[in-house]
Design a protein around this ligand. Structure first.
Ligand code: KMH
Ligand code: ZN
Length: 301
């Protein structure tokens, strides 16, 4: 019987504290959000750190240590650390937590791209912290840099620690880039392909986009991959539901969407986990435990 892996990304680097009072910022808040998401059914938690006083994205390894320890004490959930950091950070800084803390899983972004955050200025006009407005404004002229050399560097350095990767594919070309690294022997199966839909600069969130992503991944990777999806913002639940009914796995969490319905902020990532879990159960799909996810993904444990 197929089990569906729920990943949950609890804070990320895209949303800023003024957008939602529920966005976890301090290590204690991030730990609690991850523990609650795991208790609700997430097998994997995808983690970023933030400066506790301003909420600004941070790759400070000490901050990661502060939330990893309590999560490990409370739950067997798979820990997935970002190597994307924020699009405004350089690769060396982005890499540090995954390189030094040697998680089972780390994210790996499969190409350079524009990364649209600017539209949030229209929706969220008042900002609590000085960094938020320029962060969003500057994103309109920013390239999220993930060159072939950057990708190879992350694969070689973190791969040497037996860390495996959540391969973030924001467009069809990113699947071909993953196939290239498979050919070079820097990636090995089973791949975890995380298809990202609906971010400005990447593929859209139309059902045709989802079908095209799936068909292309099937053609390139055959049976040697696990497909997961995330939809940005209001696309979160429609994309997850569509892909789940096509045999996919799902990612939710406040990193990807702050919402629990039109105009209604989600009060936690766990709320979104419970919501997608209910949809999966309505589709007669079982949810994978962390150990089942480890077995499916070939993680070191
Ligand atoms: N923010 C997501 C769209 C990363 O952390 O490396 C993708 C992500 C990137 O999670
Ligand atoms: Zn992330």
């Amino acid at each position: 019987m197929r089990k569906v892996i729920i990943s949950c990304a609890v804070t990320g680097a895209i949303h800023t504290p003024s957008m939602s009072p529920y966005l976890p910022v301090t290590p204690a808040e991030i730990a609690q959000a991850a523990i609650d998401a795991a208790a609700a059914g997430a097998a994997i938690v995808h983690l970023h750190a933030r400066d506790p006083s301003t909420g600004r994205p941070s790759q400070d390894v000490g901050l990661y240590r502060e939330f990893l320890a309590p999560i490990r004490d409370a739950s067997p959930v798979v820990l997935n650390l970002t190597t994307g950091g924020s699009p405004a950070m350089a690769i060396e800084e982005r890499l540090q937590p995954a390189l030094r803390l040697r998680p089972e899983l780390a994210s790996l972004n499969m190409g350079s791209m524009n990364f649209g955050l600017y539209e949030m200025l229209d929706r969220f006009k008042e900002f609590k912290h000085d960094w938020e407005r320029p962060y969003l404004q500057n994103s309109d002229d920013l390239i999220f840099r993930n060159t072939f050399r950057d990708i190879a560097y992350i694969l070689e350095s973190c791969g040497a620690n037996e860390t495996r990767f959540e391969i973030e594919c924001y467009d069809i070309g990113h699947l071909y880039t993953a196939a290239h690294f498979l050919d070079r022997g820097l990636l090995r199966g089973p791949l975890l392909i995380q298809s990202v839909f609906g971010l400005r600069g990447g593929i859209g969130a139309h059902p045709e986009d989802v079908m095209h992503m799936r068909r292309t991944a099937d053609r390139l990777f055959g049976a040697d991959y696990i497909w997961s999806v995330l939809g940005a913002g209001r696309h979160q639940m429609p994309i997850a539901s569509m892909a789940a009914s096509m045999g996919g796995n799902v990612r939710v969490g406040l990193e990807d969407s702050l919402w629990d319905g039109p105009g209604r902020l989600a009060t936690s990532s766990a709320v979104q986990v419970r919501r997608i879990r209910g949809i999966l159960e309505a589709l007669s799909l079982d949810v994978a435990t962390p150990d089942e996810a480890r077995a499916m993904l070939g993680l070191k444990g």
